[in-house]
Design a protein around this ligand. Sequence first.
Ligand SMILES: NC(=O)c1ccc[n+]([C@@H]2O[C@H](COP(=O)([O-])OP(=O)(O)OC[C@H]3O[C@@H](n4cnc5c(N)ncnc54)[C@H](OP(=O)(O)O)[C@@H]3O)[C@@H](O)[C@H]2O)c1
Length: 384
Amino acid sequence: MTDETKERAGAVSRRDFLKTMALAGAAASVGGFAAGEAKAAERAKSAARGELPKRTLGSGKAAMTVSALGFGLMGMTYNRSAHPDKAQCIRLLHEAVDRGVTLFDTAIIYGPLTNELLAGEALLQFRDRISVTTKFGHEAIDGKATGRQNSRPETIRRYCEDSLKRLRLDALPLFYQHRADPEVPAEEAAGNVAELIKEGKVLRWGMCGVSAETIRRAHAVCPLTAVQSEYHLMFRDVETNGVLDVCRELGIGFVPYSPMNCGFLGGGINEYTVFGPGNDNRQTLPRFTHDAIRANTRIAAALQSFGRMRGMTASQAALGWLLHKAPWLVPIPGTTKPSHLEENLRTLDFACSGAEWKELEDAVAAIPVTGDRYNAEQQRQVGR
Ligand SMILES: NC(=O)c1ccc[n+]([C@@H]2O[C@H](COP(=O)([O-])OP(=O)(O)OC[C@H]3O[C@@H](n4cnc5c(N)ncnc54)[C@H](OP(=O)(O)O)[C@@H]3O)[C@@H](O)[C@H]2O)c1
């Protein structure tokens, strides 16, 4: 056997192993507290095919059907403390594809650039069956973040061309505006992306962290596939600021980012957790001071307690609660660990009733959240 043949044989048997494990796992959950029989049987069949349940973001020509849970790459090279080496990240991304994840989220500013380069290298071979979404807006000059927004027409175009090269794609499946540029009206940004769509360089577009009004104005010029904003049990502003309502009304998908509150809802972060100095933005967030973490630990404990009676972990309770909110919503949890990938995807095996999710929601809502999610400068950039 040549090295190449051995490698290919290894990859195939690894895939078979993963599928067998997924099949066994999905079947095993039938006997637990978890999924109803029909749901578990259906999941077992699709797990055997390396598939996950699907959801559709957006509507009409802007529609995009993806796995019900996506994968956020950010933490593999940026903002989440020490990163595993590239080979390990690539192995994990391949495993996510093997398990049926078809939505992978990155951005120019993650690194900057390193995250897109990783996505391009790792996911190139799967480009016909997965979508890598990326984001423009935060300015990066010579690979360094300037802290400014730049959505001028020539910049959007240049960023698009550069992202295509880094991601090794002919067209970007979904190009988000990462933050609104106060100098560029939403209609103008939408018009510029519409040109890139006409030219076939971009297939669809989205916006992040914007107001309901901005969504409406931009969508009127170029239909949005998805809006991406922070949403989880500790931060539910999109329920009351009109963002989810406008998405529902206009048929736009919603992608909750940081769906486990940057990992906090998984229950593994405590006041002694040390964030990597210089490469973890959680130490700049008011919600992650020692005092805030100590106070908010009661919230993570409420998720653990909800999960304990149902065979779920706290992370699965956090993701499951989000998934039940709307069928046009696709969370993008990030991880650097195969065990967390497995745990997060297993969320799709559970079926709690609306009343059970309400019980969790009420238990968490009864505990006041300590600390804002962003500092003043980060807060200024969202909700425009
Ligand atoms: N549009 C925007 O402005 C914006 C902003 C922020 C993020 N995002 C996107 O959203 C994605 C996810 O956001 P995020 O990384 O901020 O937050 P997140 O997904 O809520 O949390 C990620 C953190 O949780 C940990 N984790 C993952 N699974 C876990 C599990 N089962 N149990 C315990 N801990 C677990 C990860 O650590 P391990 O590596 O140890 O698993 C990681 O540190 C990003 O990758 C990015 O694509 C977008």
